[in-house]
Design a protein. Structure first.
Length: 427
């Protein structure tokens, strides 16, 4: 009988602090722990007692890559509690802002996190030595996403214009058309990105995994819709807690989400494309179908799903800009007690916010679940299926393969250098 322990003390190039431990006996995995030891940040706790209108600015600090996603989700939950109805212009501008985050985040993940792995480079810096045009393309797309966030949100990071009922200021039609011209040029770069990712050799990883995403009858859902799944879930936001629960594991500071009566599930670009392929913009839908893989349960196709969504985002933004001619709006409302719920699709997947207000408009209770919290259990399940096939590979190669499984989810716990230090103890 032989026993081995594969230990990764620190997982880097993901947002935050984590580690991986795999204990193997006679080629069977007896223990697998994806340990998230990032200290708790207590956002839900210190929101209690704050005024409702302080919340959007505070929660945007949860994430520096998708701050607008948290901000918009919080605003919509607060509007639900206050009974606020917004205009079509506000919905369009919010969608434009949300898609600007998709442009930034998807570009960052595809080119700087995933592509070096698939092409065998230790980092994007090493990748640039042989594939400089690809890295330059990524920087241009990322810049465009940042500029679109700044135009609509007033700032590249932690936007300041979104508010209850609308925006404190709106871009002019001329400003929107100017960035629309840049988006039209960038469309060719998105098409090149799809071709590049579609040409990669994709590892095999198949398991019975429930995929969850927002879905809307008339559009590719981003800021609204019902929460649906590949196994029949179909609920509005206010029923979220009746179906999705969390539990704590001793080895992780991240709670693990699960669907009551079933188990872990996957959220993110792959789930969205699988569930909403027919709602993609026409060319994105055509290319997704021509890829011949969707729907797929293999999480390694998440990079291709992101590339498809990159093109979809640009085309959707162009359509929004074509019809927008923003004007200042003032939406009156009355502060009152109530509870509100909202679910949106952040770049990494389903994002849930809920707030209960007292009659003074102070937060009595806050509930926030991020995409990575939704995916934490699924990441471990993927590793349980995938790891037996790489245990006998050389240490460096086995390490890279495990990294790739985790990185497919783009876990939101802070990107830095390339990732795992792996120890194998044999007994």
């Amino acid at each position: 009988m032989t026993e081995r322990i594969i230990r990764v003390d620190y997982i880097a190039r993901v947002e935050g602090e984590g580690a991986l431990k795999i204990k193997v006996k006679d080629d069977n995995i007896n223990e697998l722990q994806l340990r998230i030891f990032e200290p708790p940040r207590f956002f839900q706790g210190f929101l209690v007692g704050r005024r409702y209108d302080e919340v959007p600015g505070i929660v945007s600090r949860i994430c520096g890559i998708c701050p607008a996603s948290h901000q918009l989700t919080a605003i919509q939950a607060l509007e639900d509690a206050l009974g606020v109805t917004v205009s079509q212009q506000t919905k369009d501008l919010r969608l434009l802002l949300a898609l600007s985050q998709w442009l930034q985040s998807h570009t960052l993940h595809i080119y700087f996190l995933a592509l070096p792995d698939f092409l065998g480079y230790e980092s994007a810096i090493a990748l640039a030595q042989d594939h400089l045009p690809a890295v330059q393309r990524a920087l241009e797309l990322k810049r465009l996403g940042n500029d679109l966030t700044m135009l609509v949100g007033g700032r590249e990071v932690h936007p300041v214009t979104p508010t209850i009922g609308g925006f404190t200021s709106v871009p002019s039609r001329q400003e929107l058309q100017a960035i629309g011209e840049r988006l039209a040029v960038a469309r060719a770069e998105a098409l090149t990105t799809i071709d590049l990712i579609a040409s990669l050799s994709i590892p095999t990883l198949e398991r019975d995994c429930e995929h969850v995403a927002l879905s809307d009858a008339n559009s590719y859902a981003v800021n609204s819709g019902r929460l649906v799944s590949t196994k029949g879930l179909n609920i509005p936001a206010w029923q979220y807690r009746s179906h999705i629960k969390e539990h704590h594991l001793e080895h992780s500071n991240a709670l693990h989400s699960y669907i009551e009566g079933r188990g872990s599930f996957l959220v993110g670009p792959l789930a969205r494309v699988n569930l909403n392929l027919e709602k993609l913009t026409p060319v994105a839908r055509k290319l997704a179908k021509e890829a011949g893989v969707f729907p797929t349960a293999n999480p390694f196709y998440s990079a291709l799903a992101r590339a498809i969504e990159l093109l979809h985002s640009i085309d959707a933004c162009l359509a929004l800009i074509d019809r927008l001619d923003p004007r200042p709006e003032d939406v009156p409302y009355t502060v009152q007690s109530g509870q509100g719920f909202a679910i949106t699709e952040a770049p990494r997947g389903v994002l849930y916010h809920s707030y209960r207000l007292n009659d003074q408009g102070l937060i009595a209770e806050a509930d926030i679940v991020t995409p990575t919290a939704h995916n934490a259990a699924s990441m471990e399940e993927d590793l349980r299926v995938f790891a037996p096939g790489v245990l006998n590979l050389p240490l460096e190669e086995a390490t890279l393969k495990c990294e790739m499984v985790i990185r497919n989810y783009d876990p939101c716990i802070s990107c830095s250098v390339h990732f795992l230090r792996l120890e194998i103890e044999r007994e």
